[in-house]
Write a protein that binds this ligand. Sequence first.
Ligand SMILES: *[C@@H]1O[C@H](CO)[C@@H](O)[C@H](O)[C@H]1NC(C)=O
Ligand SMILES: *[C@@H]1O[C@H](CO)[C@@H](O)[C@H](O)[C@H]1NC(C)=O
Length: 346
Amino acid sequence: MEKVGVSLLCSVFFLSSRSVNNFLMTGPKAYLIYSSSVAAGAQSGIEECKYQFAWDRWNCPERALQLSSHGGLRSANRETAFVHAISSAGVMYTLTRNCSLGDFDNCGCDDSRNGQLGGQGWLWGGCSDNVGFGEAISKQFVDALETGQDARAAMNLHNNEAGRKAVKGTMKRTCKCHGVSGSCTTQTCWLQLPEFREVGAHLKEKYHAALKVDLLQGAGNSAAGRGAIADTFRSISTRELVHLEDSPDYCLENKTLGLLGTEGRECLRRGRALGRWERRSCRRLCGDCGLAVEERRAETVSSCNCKFHWCCAVRCEQCRRRVTKYFCSRAERPRGGAVHTPGRKP
Ligand SMILES: *[C@@H]1O[C@H](CO)[C@@H](O)[C@H](O)[C@H]1NC(C)=O
Ligand SMILES: *[C@@H]1O[C@H](CO)[C@@H](O)[C@H](O)[C@H]1NC(C)=O
C-alpha cells in the first residue's frame, strides 16, 4: 500500500520526490515543513480517486496517472481533469487539517471574522479551519509543477483550482447555542472541513459535468494563441472541470496509454445494499464492452461465534460462507464457472 502510494504520488506530481525536492531546494526553506503534508495529501487524493472510480471502466490506474509534462504524450481528457482536481484538493485539505491540529507554528484557526455578524441570529466565532492557509500553500506546491504556457498547462491549472474550490465549497457550518439555559437566542458558528469523501463525491459530479473546450488545434504558442487560451479559460467558472480531449475507449487494452481494458475486472450484482451506479457495474464494465459476465463461486472460512471463557480464552468456530463474485470475461473462452451472456436489463 505504502509503495503503491509513493509511486502514484510520483506519477501525479511527476515526481514528488524529484519535483517537490527540486522545489524545496530552489524554493524558500520554509516550505520544507509542509512537504510531508503535501505528500500525504496527494496520496489521499489518489486513494479517493480509486474509491470514486472503483466501478467505472476507468478506475484510476497507476500507469494512466502519468501527468508529466516532460513526456511528449500528456493526456488532457476528463479523467486527467479529475486527477488534477482531486490531487490538488487532497493537498489543500491535508495542509488545512494539519494546520488546525497545530502541526505548524505559523498557522492556526481562522478567526478573522470572529465577532462579526454572519447571518440572521448568528455571529462568527470559534475555530474555523484555515482554508485560506491550505489554499495558499497548496497552490504554491501544486501549481508550481505546471511550467508550460500551452492549453494543457492552462487546463491543469484550471482543474487544480477547481479542486481547491471543491474543498472550500463543501465546508460545513457548525454552530453552538448561547442564551439562558441553552435557549439559543444567539449562536456562534465556524466553518469546518467535511470528510474528504464528500470532496471526492462533489468532484465526481463535476467530472460527469466536465466541459470540453476546443483549443488543441489552432492556438499555437504565439502571443495571440496564448491570449486566446487565457481568454477561453477566464470565461469558464473555476468550479467546473475542463478537458480538451475525448477519452479513449476504456473497454479496450491499450499498452501505449497504459490501459488494461475491462476484461478480468470484477463487477457487482446483488447480495449487498448497492447504489444505482454499482448495480449497473456489470453492464457498464462487461456487457457494454462486449464481454460476458462470469460467475465465480468461492468459499471463505473465517472465525465466528466467538465466546469468551473465564479466564482467559476466546474460542471461536470456523464458519464457511459461500460467496459469488462476478467478473468480465471473453464469451468465447469461459474460464470455468457459469457464463451468462449479458442481458439488456441492468
Ligand atoms: C499532516 O498529516 C499527514 C496525514 O494526514 C501526516 O502524514 C503528516 O505527517 C502530518 N503532519 C505534518 C507536520 O506534516
Ligand atoms: C491506443 O491509443 C492511441 C491513442 O489514442 C491510438 O492511436 C491507438 O490506436 C490505440 N491502440 C490500440 C491498440 O487501440
